[in-house]
Each structure stands twice: as C-alpha cells, then as structure tokens.
Design a protein around this ligand. Structure first.
Ligand code: LMR
Length: 394
C-alpha cells in the first residue's frame, strides 16, 4: 500500500547534520543545527547534569510509571524557573513533555480541544517546525511580520498592526527570548505594547521559550513572559531544556498553562494530559529527573548556572568577533547587527544560492535562510569565514 506515498521533504535543519558529517573536507565549519558547541566543536554533557545522572544511577530503585505529567518535582522547578518566584502558582499547571517540540504539540492540542481549528499567529520568519507542529494538532497558521532583513531588526510597528487584525480567541506564538532564526528580540517596552494588543483584542499568548539563559541571562530572558503573566488572564508556554541543560537527545521540556483560576487550570491540564495519553502516554524520565535534581540541589544548581553563563558569554564574544571580522572583510557595517542580536542564532540575509555556494565551495554549513548557529563560529578562523561569506555576496 505504500506505493502511493511520495517521499517526505527532508527537514531543512536536521538534513544539515548528515551533510556536514559526511563532508570529508578539513576545516569545514558547522553553523547549522542549534546545538551549543565549545571551542573544540564539542557539545559536552554539562557538569551538574553529569553529577545528577551519577546520583540518579546510584539511587534510583524503580522505573515504574510516574504518570501522564511525568516528574512532578521537575514540573514545579520548571514552573519557578520560567515564571519566577513571585508568580501566582495557584493558577499555573505544568506537564513534563518530550522536549520543546513535544511541549509545543501538547499546548497546540490543548488549543485545538479548546477551540477546534483556532488560528495561531507565528512570526515571519519562525522556527521551521512551528507550522507543522501547529497544523498537526489541527490549528490554522497565520503569520505576523517580524524581521527586517535589511536592518536586522524587528518590524515592530507592522507586527503590532497585524496583531490588531487578529480575532478574539486567536493564539499568538511569541519567542520568549533568543528568537529563532533571527536573533532579533523584543525589548521590555515592546513586550508591554504586545500585552496591550493581546488584551485589547482578546488574544491568547503562547510563549515558546527554548533558549532561556542563552540571551541576557536566566531571569532577563524570561522577563517578557513574566510581564505578560502579570497582565493577561491566560497564557500558555512551551519550554525546552534541550539547550540550557544540553540534554538534547534525552527530550526534556514542559508545557505550562496559566488559567484564570485554579479550577480552570485543573480542567485545562486534564485535557492536555488526555492529549498526551493519546500521543505518547508518558514522557521519558531520565533527562527530566536529572534536570529536577540540578534545579533542586543548591550546589548543583549553582554549578549549572555558572556553566550556562560561561556558554552565554562565549556566544556573546563570538558574536562581537564575527561582526568585527565581517566589518574588516566587507569593509562595511552591513553585518554589525550580529553583535547586537542575542541567543544562539542570527540570520545573515544571504540568498539560498549564496548559502549553497558557501557549502559547496567553502565547506561552510548554515541553514538555507542564512541562519547561523553562533556557537559554531570558529574562534581562530573568523577572518577566513568572513572572507568566504563576502566572496559569495556578488
Ligand atoms: C534548531 O532550531 O536548530 C534546533 O531547535 C534543532 C531543531 O530541532 O530544529
């Protein structure tokens, strides 16, 4: 019966993993998939996570089921990490999910159960997996303008103008920090203006926070989300531990609901867990248990925060060095925005054909829309890389 099927198109980001791996050229540069890399190009297990895993191995005496919401200690710790210590926890519920994508899908399923076929507004551009995840749950996808490629900044007025045309009950997906793929983010004044429009139009904010700690720091990166939580009646969140705990393949994330009151939060949570039961039943335990141990233990937590901060500062240094190299090699300020962006990504504004030439002629890998993973920038080869980029510009 499979003779009727056409092959599925390859995922634009994940396809780069294999292409890069199979490239025999020495000095190849991987700016593709969003994983943190150290100066040696390695993606290490974080110290605190490794220690928690050791303790877990030594103390775990059963692997029996935990339940649909997974590890409740993890959920409580993630709620605090995301919403902060001052949040009104009585109307927030969280469910452990298989990674950020799993969390997005759970929230999308909840929206579908709340308003079948509801519209979710996504930034243009956004992470390429957002539309398929939303559509898989049955939601309609529309876009709001977000990025001005020429200046590397947010098209904020157009974003707000478009959101003002949204209908009451629509959801608006906002990147909590470290916008993927552009690296251009809202400041707090802009978050406040977004909150005004959400309230004015009766829109539901849906915050995807997958890079907390990679932009300006753990608390600052959640400040926009927390501002919204203080102003709007309802909010849904998908968070990921893939990057900030470097537990990518263990699939650790959380889906969170802030409802008008505790009773409504309980009902919404029951619907979200029913969706989980039909999708995968229960989330994988190991990574979330390690994350919970790190967050609950003062010593492990301090070490994790220190290492995360080192990673963040390294990405900032790389941004500055890369922008300087591009300025030298292009003799222009065209790419200066790279230094002021935050998070793991920036979008350089190259054409697909230029990106392809970089790969074939220079063994430089980036996503087709010219998104670069800043953590992959070669500390000792910035000028060579900048020269290669400038060489494909004309
Ligand atoms: C990315 O954007 O590169 C990461 O989130 C990995 C992925 O799953 O796409």
């Amino acid at each position: 019966m499979f003779e009727t099927l056409q092959p599925a198109p390859a995922d634009k980001i994940l396809a780069l993993i294999g292409l890069y791996r199979n490239d025999p050229r020495p000095g190849k540069v991987d700016l593709g998939v969003g994983v943190y890399k150290d100066i040696d190009g390695k993606t290490p297990v974080m110290r605190a996570v490794r220690e928690a895993e050791k303790q877990l191995l030594a103390t775990q005496d059963t692997k029996t089921y935990l339940g649909l919401a997974g590890d409740t200690g993890f959920n409580a710790a993630m709620t605090k990490l995301t919403f902060g210590d001052k949040a009104d926890l009585s109307r927030i519920r969280a469910a452990q999910a298989p990674g950020g994508s799993g969390a997005l899908r759970l929230v999308a399923e909840l929206l579908q159960r709340t308003r079948p076929g509801a519209t979710v507004w996504l930034s243009d551009p956004t992470w390429p997996n957002h539309p398929p995840v939303m559509r898989a749950a049955g939601l309609e996808v529309r876009n709001y303008p977000y990025f001005d490629a020429a200046s590397g900044s947010v098209r904020f007025d157009e974003m707000l103008a478009t959101l003002r045309t949204a209908n009451s009950g629509d959801a608006v997906l906002l990147h909590g920090c470290c916008h993927n793929p552009t690296g251009a983010n809202l400041d707090l004044d802009q978050w406040a203006k977004v909150a005004d429009v959400l309230l004015e139009r009766g829109l539901l904010p849906f915050v995807d926070i997958a890079y907390q700690g990679f932009g300006e720091g753990l608390d600052v990166d959640a400040a926009g989300l927390r501002l919204l939580a203080g102003r709007v009646p309802e909010l849904v969140v998908a968070s990921s531990c893939s990057k900030n705990f470097a537990v990518y393949r263990d699939r650790v994330g959380a889906a969170m609901i802030m409802a008008k009151d505790g009773a409504q939060a309980d009902v919404a949570m029951s619907q979200m867990l029913a969706a989980a039961r039909a999708l995968y039943s229960m989330p994988p335990d190991h990574g979330a248990a390690a994350v919970r141990m790190v967050l609950e233990d003062a010593g492990l937590r301090k070490d994790w925060e220190t290492e995360l901060e080192e990673m963040r500062l390294r990405m900032l240094r790389l941004r500055v060095a890369f922008a300087e190299a591009l300025r030298r090699q292009s003799n222009s300020d065209r790419f200066d925005f790279v230094a002021s962006h935050r998070g793991m990504f920036s979008r350089l504004g190259l054409t697909e054909a230029q990106v392809e030439r970089l790969r074939t002629e220079h063994a430089v890998y980036m996503v087709g829309d010219s998104r670069i993973n800043v953590a992959g920038l070669p500390e000792d080869g910035m000028d060579d890389l900048a020269k290669a980029i400038v060489s494909v510009l004309d």
